[in-house]
Design a protein around this ligand. Structure first.
Ligand SMILES: Cc1cc2nc3c(=O)[nH]c(=O)nc-3n(C[C@H](O)[C@H](O)[C@H](O)COP(=O)(O)O)c2cc1C
Length: 183
């Protein structure tokens, strides 16, 4: 079972990426969590470039999604919505719509922000976008508010409730992925 983990933040010190590293530690045996690092390499969507297999970074991203059994996205919230770079990568991945890499893909969305609400609006919008793409969006939910306070000085998760939330989100996602495989 292969889970592709995507952070919506490009920052090297990203709290969302730190959550994905903690989630990877919680993966049961037989489950490989791969954290995708190439969001910044995806060019702005341009229909003129969306021919054949598209730009190299886009082709690689689409293939990675296709080859994964499930996808988990950890997103920050920018101006009450999804960060542009992440939305842009999903726009590329969504074409062609009928056969796009996310169609029927089990997906979980979690979020974190510096504010108290943990990026709930970004997560809700992201679920809407993924649903429009035809992904199997699970009802896993985890919104981590004041995320910087939940990490230690080395950027490691230091909050048991959040760690349990990560375990729960991963287990919901894996259940959906196993049921998709069995179908
Ligand atoms: C352009 C921009 C807009 C933001 N808008 C919001 C927002 O609407 N709500 C919120 O809770 N945090 C907002 N933030 C704060 C981010 O959620 C915070 O910086 C978060 O830690 C970023 O995630 P990261 O640590 O994974 O990079 C914004 C930050 C930026 C840079």
């Amino acid at each position: 079972m292969r889970v592709l983990a995507i952070s919506g933040s490009l920052r090297s010190g990203s709290n969302n990426t730190a959550l994905l590293r903690a989630l990877r530690e919680e993966a049961p045996s037989g489950v490989e969590v791969e954290i995708w690092q190439d969001l910044k390499a995806i060019p702005p969507y341009d229909g003129d470039d969306d021919v054949g297999s598209g730009p190299g970074a886009v082709e690689a991203f689409r293939r990675l999604v296709r080859d994964s059994d499930a996808v988990l996205i950890a997103t920050p919230e920018y101006n009450s919505s999804v960060p542009g770079a992440l939305k842009n990568a999903l726009d590329w991945a969504s074409r062609p719509l009928a056969t796009n890499a996310f169609r029927n893909k089990p997906v979980a969305v979690i979020s974190s922000s510096a504010g108290a609400f943990g990026g709930v609006w970004a997560a809700a919008e992201l679920r809407k976008v993924l649903g429009a793409m035809g992904a199997r969006v699970t009802d896993a939910e985890l919104a981590v508010g004041r995320a910087h306070e939940k990490l230690d000085e080395d950027g490691r998760l230091a909050d048991d409730d959040v760690r349990q939330g990560l375990r729960d989100a991963l287990s919901t996602l894996l259940a959906e992925a196993f049921s998709a495989l069995a179908a």
